[in-house]
Every structure is written in C-alpha cells, then in structure tokens.
Design a protein around this ligand. Structure first.
Ligand code: 3PG
Length: 312
C-alpha cells in the first residue's frame, strides 16, 4: 500500500481555522437569536409542545424547498438509514421538547446552566449503562460540573421543578442522541446538513401526535388570540423567527461537526451556552444573585476541565 502523507500547508491551516471560527461565530449568534425569540414567544404563548413542533416543521420545510430547488443536493438514503435514524430522532425529540418546556417555566439562563451539565450525564450513562470506564481525572472533572449546577439550582430565585427537570431530561436525552448517532451512522455518508434535515423530519413526525395530545388545537387557538391581542400582529414574526433560527443554528452546528473533532465541538457548545446565558440575562433583566452566578461559573469551568481530561 503506498505511503500516504498528509501535509497541511501553513496557508491551508490558517484558512481552516478561519472557516471553523466563522462556523462557531455563526452558530452562537443564531443560537442567541433563537433563545431570545423562543423565550419571548413562550412568555406570551406558553405552549412549548406546539413551538417545538413548529421549529421542526420550519426546518423540514426549508430543507424540502432547498432540495426541490436544488439549492442543496438531496441525500441518497435507504430504509436502513431511516431505521438507524429512528432512535436518534426519538432522543432528539425528547431532548428538544424537554428543553422548551423547561424554558417555558424558568429563565433561559437557568435552563442553559443546567444544560451545561450535559458532560456529567454523558460520563454517568457511559459508565453505568454501557460499562465504559474512564480515568480518574474524568470523574474528578464532574465534581465542579455537578457541584456548580447544584449551587446554581438551589440559589435560583425563580426555581421551578418542571423547569429544572425539563433541562435534566434534555441532558439525558441528548446523551442518548449522541450514543445512538455514533452507533447507527457509522459508514453512512450523508453530509451534516442533510443528516440534520432528515433528523428534523423524522422528529416532526414523532412529535406532532404528542403535541396534539398534550396541548391540542383548542388551547392553541385561545392562546394565540391572547398573544396577538397583547403583542399585536407582529407576534407571528416572533414565532417564525424562533422556528427558523432553531433550524439554522442546529444546521450550522451539524455542518461544523463535519469539520471538527467531537472535543472541539463540545468546547464550542459550552462557549455557546456562555453567550446565551450572558445575553439572555442582559436582555430579560434576569435577577441574579452573586452565589447563583458563581455556581454557573463553576459548572462551566468544570465542562472545560472535563474536555481537557477526556482528551488526555
Ligand atoms: C432545544 O430546544 O432543542 C434546546 O434548546 C437545544 O439545546 P441545545 O441545542 O442548546 O443543546
């Protein structure tokens, strides 16, 4: 077999770094906009099952139009692909709706502080359900994550159990989403963008009947009238913004996953949470006690330490 040597020229390396930097900046900016509009919508229209469904519907529609107009090339997928995607979509649906229910009950910053604890769930699930062992440093790095999240939770001024549990369930579901997507997708060549498009479509099919059963058209119609009477006709654009930006930030994050290692991705995701926590506190004037901010800072620092420990 001929010897293959990959040499990256300094110029190419710099260009790659700029590209990744642009992906990250776009991902975080889109995520901040999503979180702001999502919360504005939920404040006026507290129906998280419908808004979660609309986010998936917007993404599905955008991608179907992109494929039909050949803006993006449609993936060539078979039944095996959809079968492997099914458990991923179930986990994605649960994680998404649980996070949205959480944000309908508590401050956006609180949901994201708890969501910064996702690495702890990942290690515990891998250890206790998959029997995977990690070096001591990885377990130790969970202490600040768990301790920081716990401190932030007990000092949260507007604590709400459903809001807390929603963020915890979302963490657990997203850990399973990652495990299932690693297991099922090996060897299948679908781009990050198309993978996320198919995930949205399948999740939409799964979520729609549950959204109708849990909330349903009667509540939605009454809630919509109240929201429009309070906010005015512009309310519909808030809903469009939360739905479209949800798809866009996820699409960019899956596209960047094609380019970077899972480690770089998880560091990027933690930094994304910092930008969301800070901007939502400023925009919504969220009351914050110093001890609460300290808890958040410890948890976030813990996720950086965890990334380093995991890498080593
Ligand atoms: C959702 O609604 O799916 C969550 O807000 C997503 O959370 P994350 O993408 O920030 O993990």
């Amino acid at each position: 077999r001929p010897l293959e040597i990959n040499i990256e020229l300094p110029g190419e390396e710099a260009a790659q770094k700029v590209k990744i930097g642009l992906y990250f900046a776009t991902w975080w900016a889109l995520n901040v906009v999503f979180n702001i509009y999502n919360k504005k919508v939920l404040n006026a229209f507290p129906y998280p099952w419908l808004t979660s469904t609309l986010s998936l519907a917007a993404g599905s529609l955008i991608m179907l139009i992109s494929w039909a107009t050949r803006v993006a090339e449609a993936p060539k997928v078979n039944l095996d692909f959809w079968k492997a995607l099914f458990p991923v979509a179930v986990a994605h649906t649960i994680g998404h709706v649980a996070a949205t229910v959480s944000m309908s009950k508590v401050a956006v910053s609180f949901t994201h502080i708890i969501k910064s604890g996702e690495p702890a769930f990942s290690v515990l699930v891998s250890r206790f359900l998959l029997g995977e062992a990690f070096p001591m440093q990885v377990y130790l790095s969970l202490l600040p994550i768990i301790g920081g999240c716990a401190l932030a939770a007990v000092t949260e001024l507007n604590f709400n159990m459903i809001g807390f549990m929603g963020a915890m369930i979302s963490n657990l579901a997203f850990v399973f989403r990652n495990i299932f997507s690693k297991k099922g997708m090996n060897g299948m060549s679908v781009s990050g963008m198309n993978y996320y498009a198919c995930l949205s479509m399948l999740s939409l099919l799964i979520l729609t009947p549950f959204a109708i059963a849990v909330e349903g058209p009667k509540l939605w119609a009454a809630g919509w009238q109240t929201a429009v009477s309070q906010i005015g006709p512009n309310f519909v654009w808030w809903v469009v913004a939360q739905s479209v930006f949800y798809h866009l930030y996820n699409q960019v994050s899956y596209m960047s996953l094609d380019q970077i290692s899972p480690l770089t991705f998880s560091i990027g995701n933690t930094m994304k949470r910092i930008s969301v926590i800070v901007s939502s506190i400023l925009i919504f004037h969220t009351p914050l006690q110093p001890i609460n901010a300290l808890g958040a800072a410890i948890a976030i620092l813990g996720t950086f330490i965890y990334s380093q420990a995991k890498e080593k």
